[in-house]
Design a protein around this ligand. Structure first.
Ligand code: MN
Length: 191
């Protein structure tokens, strides 16, 4: 049973001018595809030959974990973004953010800081805890909050490959543009 690269939920140029077509061609078409290919080369004959990606994230280590989590993380990231999105969340997700962080702008500042200050490669996440609170977590490399019992709601990929073609070393500019693409309806549906 081979893992497959899921379709991108929009056209390669749909996130312009914030994320370029060229970045999506490499980030989705090359990086995400490479994690799928690597995983398919690693799992046959292992104890994860018939596992789901979620099982791999919770139980695997080494290359199988790294590539499996990166497949999941990227699919999730694409589904956090949408053209003509961004702005302020509405409804239950807005209420949950205000309850946990005080205001949307306080949440946005804290998430921005988590993404900007993550040392090296990794992911900033908004998660729901088992107690139902919202929380921001940083994960290095392929890290995924499912491993700690959290429900992922939103993520920002801060690996350099996510922004270097468009922004070179300016990670803060990429994060600033990220807010114009967040699909709050999708985030709300994960609550
Ligand atoms: Mn990436």
């Amino acid at each position: 049973m081979a893992f497959e690269l899921p379709d991108l939920p929009y056209a390669m140029d749909a996130l312009e001018p914030f994320i370029s077509k060229q970045t999506l061609e490499f980030h989705y078409g090359k990086h995400h595809q490479a994690y799928v290919n690597n995983l398919n080369n690693l799992v046959p004959g292992s104890e994860f030959a018939w596992a789901t990606l979620e099982d791999i994230i919770r139980k695997a280590a080494g290359g199988i974990f790294n590539n499996g989590a990166q497949v999941w993380n990227h699919t999730f990231y694409w589904n956090c973004l949408a053209p003509k999105a961004g702005g302020e969340p509405k409804g239950s997700i807005q209420d949950a953010i205000v309850e946990s962080f005080g205001s949307f702008s306080a949440f946005r500042d804290e998430f921005t800081k988590a993404a900007a200050t993550l040392f090296g490669s990794g992911w900033a996440w908004l998660v729901k805890t088992p107690e139902g609170k919202l929380k921001i977590v940083q994960e290095s490399n392929a890290g995924n909050p499912l491993r700690n019992g959290f429900t992922p709601l939103l993520t920002c990929d801060v690996w350099e490959h996510a922004y270097y073609l468009d922004k070179q070393n300016r990670r803060p500019d990429y994060i600033s543009d990220f807010w114009n693409l967040v699909d709050w309806t999708a985030v709300k549906n994960r609550l």
